[in-house]
Design a protein around this ligand. Structure first.
Ligand code: HEM
Length: 491
């Protein structure tokens, strides 16, 4: 009898230890180490949709050994993103270029290292022309070169030329390392390819993020097969060597009185701070910052431009309307500058609607918290991975009329002026971790869009439609990048 009571008590204790604490946000809990695990990506997304519908505005999911919290309401997401307690990023390899290195660069570092490098980068991006006109000429040049490539493709059915992406690499590279390449240069194509490969393999990288214990239980070969660890190491080594070479060249040719670019500025400041015990500056930190700017600034901008081309081809009336406004403000193909933004509100409204409708980040970039926090009537436990549901927020019927319809006019007022959304829009995040490249990205997209629309038009291939559904690679909603379109020269 005594043994039965003991077994019963033991089961009770284990049950209590394993069950989900009641104060946590609602959602599936599953079993220890595995969590709740639906097989297949489709099942994952369908389950998320069900949970959003059932538990709006906040729900949780224990996935692997991580506790995920999803925030689907704009006001709550704003509260979380602006809250200092949620300013940290989790140490996830899928948002980290250099595996295993914890406090490095901007996107995944935390604490003083993050604070210092973010502040430094923002300041120097401004000095280098972000938000001002200095970088405009470099963006104009890349846009013009891209248009020349597009004109050559005119009349043929083919995918968007790869130069759309290498042009963005060029802008970043000029800002960071003062280098410009031919859009077909082998080095620039290979960097673009490496960055794409990194992104395409995010799913594999995530295995070790969510199931970190696999490192200890799986044989090396199986671990490699599932997580593509060796491929990832080779890839990041290549990226590292490339940027290291740039840093070394800059050290060898540095003129303290004449900084040329971001790397020079960093090296000069690092030297100034060399005796400061609070300095977090190092060549490693610089390497991380450069890699982050490419990782965060390349695919995002290039994918948004690809989406723009597909939306233009899909909606010819919107395309024509944009061209009419552009032609009247910039006759004879005059180059767009930042001053034209307020005079081309339809363009601003168009790409804001693209950012909303396509919602590149399904769940934004994750945040985490170093302590238990009471939030929205629940407890968010220490170490939880918190995701703002970007797409859900961008499709909230309380904020947007018929959100599923692509309608740039929703961002124009009765006088046709652009109205920047204050509610229900988090394409660039918010708060202390808000995207540092927003002004640059907006500038690039504006100048590329106007320049392209001045010279060419986009159409679906004859007797075909443009594919508008997205390929969801877990955190990113990307279009069918390789689909064919028809480009026609306007003149
Ligand atoms: C259409 C283009 C872009 C989109 C949609 C985008 C979106 C985002 C989002 C959603 C975040 C997370 C913000 C948060 O947690 O609240 C972010 C962070 C970041 N973005 Fe962007 N971004 C774009 C372009 C760029 C560019 C051009 C750069 C740099 C050259 C850049 C650099 C960064 C960096 C470094 C972070 C991390 C900031 C931190 O953790 O402190 N992004 N971006």
């Amino acid at each position: 009898m005594f043994e039965y009571v003991l077994v019963f008590l033991l089961i009770l204790i284990i049950w209590n230890l394993l069950k989900k604490p009641t104060q946590y946000p609602p959602g599936p809990w599953g079993i220890p180490l595995i969590g709740y695990f639906p097989f297949g990506l489709k099942a994952f997304h369908e389950r998320i949709k069900e949970l959003q519908a059932k538990h709006y505005p906040i729900f949780s999911w224990r996935f692997g050994s991580k506790f995920l919290v999803f925030i689907c309401d704009f006001k709550l997401a704003k509260e979380v993103l602006n809250n200092q307690a949620f300013a940290d990023r989790p140490s996830f390899s899928f948002i980290k270029v250099f595996d295993g290195e914890i406090n490095m660069g901007i996107t995944t570092s935390n604490g003083l290292t993050w604070h210092n490098i973010r502040r430094f980068t923002l300041r120097h991006m401004k000095d280098l022309g972000m938000g001002k006109s200095k970088i405009v000429s470099s963006i104009q040049r890349e846009a013009n070169e891209l248009v020349e490539v597009m004109k050559k493709q005119s009349g043929t059915v083919a995918p968007v030329p790869h130069e759309m992406s290498t042009a963005i690499v060029n802008i970043l590279w000029q800002m960071v390392a003062g280098k410009r390449h031919d859009l077909n240069d082998a080095e620039i194509i290979s960097l673009d390819k490496d960055m794409n490969e990194f992104q395409e393999n995010l799913g594999h990288l995530m295995v070790r993020d969510f199931f970190p214990w696999v490192d200890y239980v799986l044989p090396e070969s199986l671990l490699n097969y599932i997580s593509k660890r060796d491929m990832y190491r080779k890839l990041t080594k290549r990226i590292e060597m490339r940027f290291k070479k740039d840093i070394e060249e800059h050290i060898a040719t540095l003129d303290e009185n004449n900084p040329r670019d971001f790397i020079d500025e960093y090296l000069i400041e690092m030297e100034k701070q060399k005796d400061d015990p609070d300095s977090t500056m190092s060549e490693r930190d610089l390497l991380g910052a450069i890699a982050d700017m490419f990782a965060a600034g390349l695919a995002t901008t290039s994918i948004t431009l690809h989406w723009s081309v597909f939306y233009l081809a899909k909606y010819p009336d919107i395309q024509k309307d944009l061209q009419d406004q552009i032609d009247s403000v910039l006759p004879n193909g005059l180059s767009p500058t930042l001053e034209h933004r307020s005079r081309l509100p339809k363009v601003e409204a168009f790409f804001t609607e693209i950012l909303r409708h396509s919602s590149l980040g399904e769940f934004g970039l994750p945040r985490t918290t170093p302590k238990d926090i009471k939030f929205a009537g629940h407890v968010i436990p220490k170490g939880a991975i918190v995701f703002p549901c970007e797409k859900y927020i961008h499709y909230d019927k309380k904020v947007y009329n018929s959100p599923e319809i692509f309608n740039p006019k929703r961002f124009l007022d009765s006088e046709g002026k652009f109205v920047n959304p204050k509610e229900g829009f988090i394409a660039f995040g918010m708060g202390k971790r808000q995207c540092i490249g927003e002004s640059l990205a907006r500038m690039e997209i504006f100048i590329f869009l106007v320049t392209m629309l001045q010279h060419v038009s986009f159409h679906p291939p004859p007797n075909k439609d443009v594919i508008m559904d997205n390929i969801n690679i877990l955190v990113f909603n990307i279009p069918h990048l390789k689909q064919d379109i028809l480009i026609k020269s306007r003149f």
